[in-house]
Each structure stands twice: as C-alpha cells, then as structure tokens.
Design a protein around this ligand. Structure first.
Ligand code: NAD
Length: 296
C-alpha cells in the first residue's frame, strides 16, 4: 500500500486527501486546524501531530498550502529534515514560479524528487477527484507522479521542468479572470440595451463569444444551474484567490518583461471588487459590481 503524507487539509486539500484514502492508500494527514484534521480523520486519513510525524514514513508527500511563503517554510523547516530519503515530494498549492523552482532546487540538494503540481477545477472537483493537474518536474519522475496523483485527477499534464506547472496555472487563471470580466461586461450591457441576458447567453453560447466563463460558469443566474451565481455566489472560487493568482501573473509578467495589459486591468478590477467587500464571494460575482449593484 502506498504511504502518503498529506499536509494542508483546507477547502481543496480536505477533499484531495479523502480521495487518496478512498483509493486504499495509507494517508497520514496534518493541518494546523484541528477542525480540518478531524474532518480528514472522518474521511479515512490518520491524523498526525505535526508535519514531521506525518512525513516520517511516507513514500509520497503532498502539500496543499495557501501561498509561496507557507510552501517555502514547510519544506525547509519540516519536510526536508524529516522525510524518508528518496521520498517523492509533490506541491499542489498555487504559488509563484520562483518559489517553486527554489524549493525544487533545495529538494534536489537534500536528495528528494520534487514536482510543482497546481490544480484547476475548484472545490467540487477536489471532492469528486476530477481535478486537472499541471506538473513541472524531471521527465523521468513523471510516470510516478501521475500514479501518485491519480485518485485526485481527471487529467494530468506534464507542463515542463520545475516551475512550468505554476507557469501554466497562472497563465490559465489570467485567461479565466479576463474572460469572466468580459462575459460580465457583455451581460451588463445586454441588460442596459433591453436584451434579456438569458437570451444573450443562449445566442452567444452558439456564437463566437462562446467561452468557459459563459457556458460552464455563467455569472448570470439561471442558464448554468451548477454555477455559483445560482447560490448567491457562495462557495466556488473566491475572489480573494483569483486576485492572488492575478497578482502572481502580474509579478511574473514584470519579472519576465511580458506585456499583459488586460491581465493588469483584471487585477485592478478584482482588487476593487475585493475592497468593496466581494473577497469571500465567488469570482463571478464581479458581475454585481459591473451592474452597479452593492456587493456585500
Ligand atoms: P485553504 O485556506 O482552505 O487551505 C489551506 C490549509 O493549509 C488550511 O487548512 C491551513 O490551516 C493549512 N495550513 C497553512 N499553513 C500550514 C502549515 N504550516 N502546516 C499545515 N497546514 C497549514 O485554501 P484552499 O482553498 O484549500 O487552497 C489551497 C491552495 O490551492 C491555494 O494555493 C489555492 O490558490 C489553490 N487552489 C484553490 C482553489 C479553490 O477553488 N479553492 C482552486 C485551485 C487551486
């Protein structure tokens, strides 16, 4: 039986760790939150008292933490000194490319194999085990990484070497942030012009405006029943998380010299929506701001 250590059992990690246990793997789990740890235990994981305890006997260590600083410190201070020699280390958090490359280099110095493997799909896909993974790793390690990720995944891509998984993730989410704002602006304009937004959705879904934000995640309530717009924009992918990813894209653009003017505008609009109180709402709720409605 594969022995997995799972660190970070929040909105995403909780469901992902549960799917590893459901697949029959021995999952030693740790989170700073006692409530998250209890939930993981109920889902078949074995709660550990610390990161050190969780990773000690694991063949594969998986982390799902909030941001780059958490990942850097958990690996440097707790994983590297305590993990089994030769363990496979997989970080699924969304973080900056530099942190991913720095942790990969440190892992190599300590004799570990490492992958950055951020995900797309949100909390529903984390629970269902249908996430898309974008992996940056040594080519020789990919088959084993794919096998380790299997119970949590619908599809696994090797994006390239270390850092490429994070690069793919922040580029993808920049497209998503921009396209969501575009769809929201069009829906708000349709409304002002006296065109039924639901009719516009039907027409544009079959025309050249078609995109994921419109047809799979429609911000206007009604046309896509599973979308957060039908539940008061609760759950889903929080605006604060989208803002974090758009900031990562802008930092990466500044460092690499890429021109991303629409990404910068999207970041500004999401920052404004966050300041207006929308940070905890699903990111498609930015429609309300663009319609001139109150958010909180
Ligand atoms: P979350 O805040 O719900 O979970 C993070 C967990 O990490 C928390 O339970 C926290 O207690 C734990 N943690 C923090 N520091 C720790 C430490 N030192 N040791 C052990 N546990 C620690 O966040 P989330 O929504 O699960 O997101 C996790 C990552 O996944 C983020 O990088 C996010 O950008 C990315 N992501 C989220 C979504 C989404 O829809 N929520 C989708 C794709 C990717």
């Amino acid at each position: 039986m594969t022995r997995i250590a799972f660190i970070g059992l929040g909105n995403m990690g909780g469901g992902m760790a549960a799917n590893q246990a459901k697949d029959g793997r021995a999952v030693s789990a740790f989170d700073l939150s006692a409530a998250a740890l209890e939930k993981a235990a109920a889902a078949g994981c074995t709660p550990a008292g610390s990161v050190a305890e969780a990773v000690r006997d694991a063949e594969v260590v998986i982390t799902m933490l909030p941001a780059g600083p958490h990942v850097r410190s958990v690996y440097a201070e707790q994983v590297f000194p305590n993990a089994r020699p030769g363990a496979l280390l997989i970080d699924c958090s969304t973080i900056d490319v530099e942190s991913a490359r720095a942790v990969a280099a440190q892992a190599r110095e300590h004799g570990f194999r490492f992958a950055d493997a951020p995900v797309s799909g949100g909390t529903a896909a984390a629970v269902a085990g249908t996430l898309a993974f974008m992996v940056g790793c040594d080519e020789a390690d990919f088959a084993e990484i794919e096998q380790a990720i299997g119970p949590m995944a619908r599809v696994v891509f090797r994006a390239g070497d270390h850092g490429a998984g994070q690069a793919a993730k922040i580029c993808n989410n920049m497209v998503l942030g921009i396209s969501m704002i575009g769809v929201c602006e069009a829906l708000a304009l349709a409304e002002k012009l006296g065109l039924d937004p639901v009719k516009f959705h039907e027409i544009s879904s079959q025309s050249s405006g078609q995109c994921w934000s419109l047809t799979s995640y429609c911000p206007w309530p009604g046309p896509v029943p599973a979308a957060p717009s039908n539940r008061g924009y609760e759950g889903g992918f929080a605006t604060a998380m989208m803002l974090k990813d758009l900031k990562l894209a802008q930092e990466a653009a500044a460092r690499s010299g890429a021109a991303t003017p629409l990404g910068a505008t999207a970041e500004g609009l999401y920052a404004l929506f966050d300041r207006l109180g929308g940070g905890g709402k699903d990111f498609s709720a930015i429609l309300e701001m663009l319609r001139g409605r109150s958010v909180a």
